[in-house]
Every structure is written in C-alpha cells, then in structure tokens.
Ligand binder design. Structure first.
Ligand code: PAF
Length: 288
C-alpha cells in the first residue's frame, strides 16, 4: 500500500528530502474515485519524474450548494488499492480541516478564462479549483503537475494561475481517456447506469461530428445549435452549452480558418442530473 500523508508539515518534510537529493517530483491532483483517466496522468508522471505524489482531496470549495459534494464518490480504501496497482508510493490525503483551517479567508479568482462556459454554469467553481490547486502546489512543490484535457478550461485556468502567481511548477496537460463507446472517463460516470452510458456517449460523437462539419466549412453558430439540438434528441435532459472557442484564449470563434490551429468545440450536458463535459479539437477528427 502507498504511504498516506495527512498533514502539510509531513508532505513538506518529505518533498524537502527529495529535493535535497535532486529528485524530480510529480503531482497528480485528484478528488479520488480513481479511474483509468487518473492512471494515464500517473503514467505520464512516473515516466517523467523520480517521485510521484497523488493527492486525494474532495475540495468543498469547488462545489456549489446545489451540487453533489455530499454524494461525490469517496472510497479511500479502493483508491489506495488502485494506487498500489499503479505503482504509486505516496498518497497525500489531508482532511478538510488541514487544508481549510477555521479562519481560512482567501479565494483566488483567475479572471477572463473563468468568465465563460463552466465559469457561468458553475459559479464559484474555478475560484474553488484555483484556491485548492495553488495550495496543493505550494504544499507539494512539484516540478511538474499533471491535469487531464477533459477539464480543458480548468487546465487553462491552472496554467494562468501558475504563470500569474510565479508558482515554479510546470503544468502538463494529458489527453482525454475514453471508454469503448467514446465517453470521456470521469469519476461522475459512476452515477450512470448502462442505458445512460449509451446516451452519454452521444456527447463525444456529436462533438466529433460537429468538428468535422466545421472543417468542411459549416457556420460556427449553426453548428453549435445543431449540436445542442442533437444532444437533446439523443436523450440529454439539459444542454448547458456547446461552444466553439479558441483553444488558447477561450474566446468565441467565428472563423475556424482564422484559428484553425487551436479551435476547439466544448460541450456540457446533464443526464438524469449527472453533469458531463467533453471537448474535441476542431482540426483533427479525433479517434478512440
Ligand atoms: O479535476 C479535479 O479532479 C479537481 O478539480 C482538482 C484539480 C483535483 C482540484 O480539486
């Protein structure tokens, strides 16, 4: 079983000894409920770093009052067993009071990248993510930290945060891992039954088809409307957004040729109150 560290003082003491030995340290920050998407992040980290820390912390500050903080899947025993099979030796699993003391008062706001898509539909989410990620990076001081492209907007927000606050960690983005039907792996997929999983797979299929329509010259706004409607017909209860945006600035794109290199199509939709997000690059017909 991996060694479990619960306090800031202990993780600091450990990483200090590693740095004195000039070892390269990687961090994979998670909220637990580990799956193959996390495994892929861990594999990237172990291939590039001498030591890898996997943090497991369900961050209350990134859940709004109407979201699933109470029911979010938690199974530390299972996660530790998974980490053992993944060959990870250190799990950093602090309790909430270790991360947020009673007098905790700081919130980090990252600005324009958080003012669209999930930043609108999940008020407070990115501020909660930025605050906890800044803390985890300060506590673990990794050379590199690994985040998945499924949460693409989150990845850009974290890059901006690290740049703006001069945090000396490199942020590495890793490709989305999908199941056999194309559904992007996510801890929240455990809320879906088999039939809902079939419907959920339509998110990726629709975004892919939308991307190829765009490459063939279709109008961005028309494609967004078509994709949102297709998702409703496929069985999603609500489509929060389908947006075609520049993949670096997240500005709305009207002209795919203009930002051909980085345009992406983003989607968020709910199925029986399970919220799913996905994104695909526009210039490549993603395969899985
Ligand atoms: O992507 C997640 O699992 C979380 O948002 C993160 C980055 C671990 C912060 O709590």
């Amino acid at each position: 079983m991996p060694e479990i560290i619960r306090t800031v003082a202990d993780i600091r003491a450990l990483t200090k000894t590693w740095r004195l030995q000039c070892l390269k340290v990687g961090l994979v920050a998670t909220m637990g409920a580990l799956h193959k998407g996390h495994l892929s992040l861990i594999n990237h980290a172990t291939s590039e770093c001498d030591k890898v820390i996997v943090s497991i912390f369900v961050n209350p500050k990134q859940f709004s009052a109407r979201e699933d903080l109470e029911t979010y899947p938690r199974n530390e025993e299972q996660d530790l067993t998974a980490l053992e099979t993944f060959g990870v030796s250190i799990a950093y699993a602090p309790p909430v009071k270790e991360i947020y003391g009673e007098d905790f008062a700081t919130r980090i706001e990252v600005g324009h990248l958080t003012e669209c898509m999930c930043g609108i539909t999940r008020p407070g989410f990115f501020s909660g993510v930025a605050t906890v990620v800044a803390k985890l990076l300060n506590q673990c001081e990794p050379d590199r930290a690994y985040f998945g492209e499924k949460d693409y907007q989150q990845l850009l927000v974290i890059r901006q945060l690290v740049k703006d606050l001069n945090i000396p960690s490199e942020i590495v983005g890793c490709p989305i891992i999908r199941d056999e039907n194309g559904l992007a792996l996510s801890s929240r997929n455990t809320y879906l039954n088999d039939q809902q999983r079939q419907v959920a797979a339509a998110l990726f299929r629709t975004l892919q088809e939308a991307a190829s329509n765009l490459v063939e010259g279709a109008d961005c706004r028309e494609v967004e409307k078509w994709a949102a409607n297709t998702l409703k017909i496929a069985g999603f209860d609500d489509v929060e957004y389908v947006d075609i945006r520049d993949g670096l600035t997240l500005e709305k794109t009207n002209d795919i040729n203009g930002s051909k290199k980085s345009a992406r199509i983003f989607g968020a939709a709910t199925l029986n109150s399970t919220r799913l997000i996905d994104n695909v690059p526009v210039e490549v017909n993603a395969k899985f």
